[in-house]
Design a protein around this ligand. Structure first.
Ligand code: AMP
Length: 225
């Protein structure tokens, strides 16, 4: 299975990625997670990336494409992978196509998650993460038992710098300008599926490469963005 999850920040890519990777046993390649780890480790890449990430801008294509190329050549990607947050620009998509042709592997299916902007802001602004173990929470959809404290390890819950409302609006603008054109890019090649993003009531639609699959919201609760 080779899948690219497409959709604006807050559309539920992380949630869907977690379910799909568990179901298909393929690795999730999240450029956002890789970059955040580089920032936390203070590597040269992390220092450069931070200057873009803090203001909601995209990290330059060459840096991100290099990360993905290195990751795709690792043995665990042989049976497939799920790309979450990459490609983000048409230039990255073209670089990915070239890279996969060089590696002799088939082109991935793009799965586009469709969510309204109002809902995206509500989800992103309420997102909290445990500083110690990374467990995700949401002030409205998945609050911790004790405010500000992780249920799992009692670590402090923090809000990502780029989840502040002003930065969220900037990230959504960047998405519309630079990433949304990818939907047409994959559609024209017959490589796109569009599914409705997560609703705020009832069931969650889990994307499935064979078609949408419904699972009970309670099964997905811990992963709601
Ligand atoms: P995410 O967790 O996917 O929302 O990514 C967080 C931030 O990391 C983005 O706002 C960008 O600054 C950076 N980033 C992640 N993936 C990419 C990418 N493919 N291209 C450029 N910047 C990226």
């Amino acid at each position: 299975m080779q899948v690219i999850l497409l959709g604006p920040p807050g559309a539920g890519k992380g949630t869907q990625a977690k379910m799909l990777t568990e179901q298909y046993g393929v690795p999730q390649i999240s450029t956002g997670d890789i970059l955040r780890a580089a920032v936390a480790a203070g590597t040269p890449l992390g220092k450069e990336a931070k200057t873009y990430m803090d203001r909601g801008a995209l990290v330059p294509d060459e840096a991100v494409t290099g990360i993905v190329r290195d990751r795709l050549t690792e043995p665990d990607c042989q049976a497939g992978y799920l790309l979450d947050g990459f490609p983000r620009t048409v230039a990255q998509a073209e670089a990915l196509t070239r890279m996969l042709k060089e590696l002799g592997t088939s082109l991935p299916t793009g799965v586009s998650l469709d969510v309204t902007e109002e809902e995206l802001i509500r989800r992103l602004a309420g997102r909290r993460t445990c500083q110690a173990c990374g467990e995700p929470f949401h002030v409205e959809f998945h609050p911790p038992r004790v405010g500000g404290i992780c249920d799992k390890c009692s670590g402090n819950l923090i809000q990502r710098d780029d989840d502040q409302e002003e930065t969220i609006r900037r990230r959504l603008q960047v998405y519309r300008e630079q990433t949304e054109p990818l939907i047409g890019y994959y559609q024209r090649q017959g490589l796109l599926k569009t599914v409705k993003g997560l609703g705020d009531t009832g069931d969650i639609v889990c994307t499935d490469i064979e078609g949408p699959r419904r699972v009970r919201r309670s099964n997905c609760r811990s992963a709601v963005p």
